[in-house]
Design a protein around this ligand. Sequence first.
Ligand code: FUC
Length: 820
Amino acid sequence: MNLKPCILTFCLFTSLFSFAQKGGKNKLWYDKPAKQWVEALPVGNGRLAAMVYGDPSKEKLQLNESTFWSGGPSRNDNPDGPKVLDSIRYYLFNENYKRAQILADQGLTAKSLHGSAYQNIGDLILDFNDLKEVKNYYRELDIEKAIATTIFTSNGITFKREVFASIPDHVIVIKLSSDQKKALNFTAHFNGELKKSVKAIDANTLQMDGLSSTLDGVQGRVKFNALAKFINKGGKTQVSGNGISVSNANEVLVLISIATNFTDYKTLQADEVSKSKKYIEAAQNKSFISLFKNHLAAYQKYFKRVDFNLGTSEAAKNPTDIRVKNFATTNDPELIALYYQFGRYLLISSSQPGGQPANLQGIWNNSNKPAWDSKYTININTEMNYWPAEKTNLSEMHEPLIQMIKDLSESGKETAKTMYKSRGWVAHHNTDIWRITGVVDFSNAGMWPMGGAWLSQHLWEKYLYNGDKNYLQSIYPILKSAAQFYEDFLIEEPTHHWLVVSPSMSPENIPDGHQGSALAAGNTMDNQLMFDLFTKTKKAAEILNINSDKIPVWNNIISKLPPMKIGRYSQLQEWMGDWDNPEDSHRHVSHLYGLFPSNQINPFTTPELTDAAKTVLLHRGDVSTGWSMGWKVNLWAKLLDGNHANKLIKDQLTLVEKDGWGSKGGTYPNLFDAHPPFQIDGNFGCTSGITEMLLQTQNGFIDILPALPDEWKNGNISGLKTYGGFEVSIVWENHKAKEITIQSALGGNCRIRIPDEMELRGKTKLKKAEGKNPNPFFETPEIKEPMISSKAKLNSIEIKNGLVYDFPTEAGKTYILKMK
Ligand code: FUC
């Protein structure tokens, strides 16, 4: 007899009807059902998603499929671009910003298509009409196992519902059980606004077909097919109207499969009916236990790579929504660890290799007209979604974004040609599943031709982590083509003869006195992006030993980019002119891109710029939209100020009780980030930021505990990744690093900055670091001296004692440092 399934069955069974311990590490839990969407619990397998309400008498699973979007393959380039471009540039250099804006709206903003919307498949409803008098109610989302469970008693019977979305089996699985036989009686039906037909195709199977909406004049052409198969033990199932009724069952397994006709961003040729049927047919022959085992293995392969503990306290015994509500006034460090891991859970569940990248809501969306269409906003939000990917050891989850960038490098070529008569590829501030690359909404938000430049950083960044030259070879043409666009598009500005991007803006901010126009030339963030794009493309060419003829061209461009400027309020200037307003609390801090995610500004090599960046953050203030606070956690970590980063985490962990629009960001009861409304980037931004507090990789060395807040006295984190293929685990006690474990995948010099003296186990010795780090993955940029206003008063950022050592590593070996 095979013992393993037996043990698993036993464990599942014993835990089945007793939740002696409510909550615990890596669990969100509640003592009542979800009343609104932001209380429901998300499960997902990268493609399929469900929000589970856990309502005893009317269970609801709101469903999504990641390729179900409005419209169909489409483009939105404004062909009038070449007619207006020169005039817009002329007006910008002559300070007639309003005129430039008006012309951009006429000739550059898309004529009608502003992007498609990610849409909602609908709900599966399970009606348990005879369930009265619910007691001992409990529901949880176990993010270590990626399963949502609801348990309660009614009329002396204990009922249990378990839901997970399986990566390997392509279905959502629900198991309904009870501790008495024949106790399960319910009717089930599908419901969805975009349905075309809904019916029971046999006594065990529900089917819903539907079609996506027409939006901005683009005909909805995405078809979906959803199936729910009911496999009962005991009792019977029968067709009941459009639904199915189940009576007197001992246990019911429900398998949900959804598929669409989406093939790729240019094609809708798949057969959604046979696809969704195929998944059900393959899954229906497996037991719950075997489905669950497959699921667990696939999910935990990713999740378990990182473990994080900050200690626990009494507060952790409360339901999750109460913990968030009380967070500011209680000591609940475990909630930070939970929130951190929840970000990793969401990334694994919304971004799987071969699928779509996580959009503004990941894959969870209950609306057909979601906020900002739940598209990809690539002037910060999409990039932020992927900040945690490499560093929290979820490199595979980065792949859908890399694939999207490949797609955009194709679709964006036509945009470059049509709108600007340029070579290469360009993307503006938004895209969608059809990979549109034109200007959307209105020029004050959309006229930002830098989406491709920012996304391209992800291509290079991935290489710094994996060191894989084959990978670099595969993405190099995209980098080169992105650079090629700007070779043509950059123009010389009249005063200093710098090469600048024009027209553009500093997303999505409007300088005072600019007649309400955001349009400007040579904005700080654009210059920083240009510096990164050209230096990294050049580096890639050098590593691959190709295109040596391009190196002088790129060097020349780099030398003519504007330097960063420090303005009259001692601030890093957001624009070429000293236009910043210290009272401005705008959510975007675009010019701080240079501090994070880029490393052009850092306390070690550019202290003046770092101080000027800090001044910007102080001017902007802390509380803002969710994603803005998520960004600021990273920024304060890069300023080596753990206490301020921790303050931002507290601001983010402020309960926003109700779904919908609002002005102050925070966290919903189900730990979703509140922009508000729900936007997933804040979750991912915070997970990245917490990592940056504990480990940084960008400043030429591996920086251990660079921004540890006073409140995080003891803790440990394992499995984080750095540039150069190192995997790092840290244990700290009384704010001191006690043990650091470093695994080297690629070998090479390991330069490490540690807070206190430590010793390396074994024969290898630590050597005081001197000069440049010989490990090429840790190369830091050489940037121009800033221009500083005579009115600016600058201080230095405090760099607390840190000791920087080198030691050689061999690929495949592990090194342990211990406290002395
Ligand atoms: C940008 C931001 C908004 C929002 C939207 C999706 O426009 O300025 O705050 O995040 O993207």
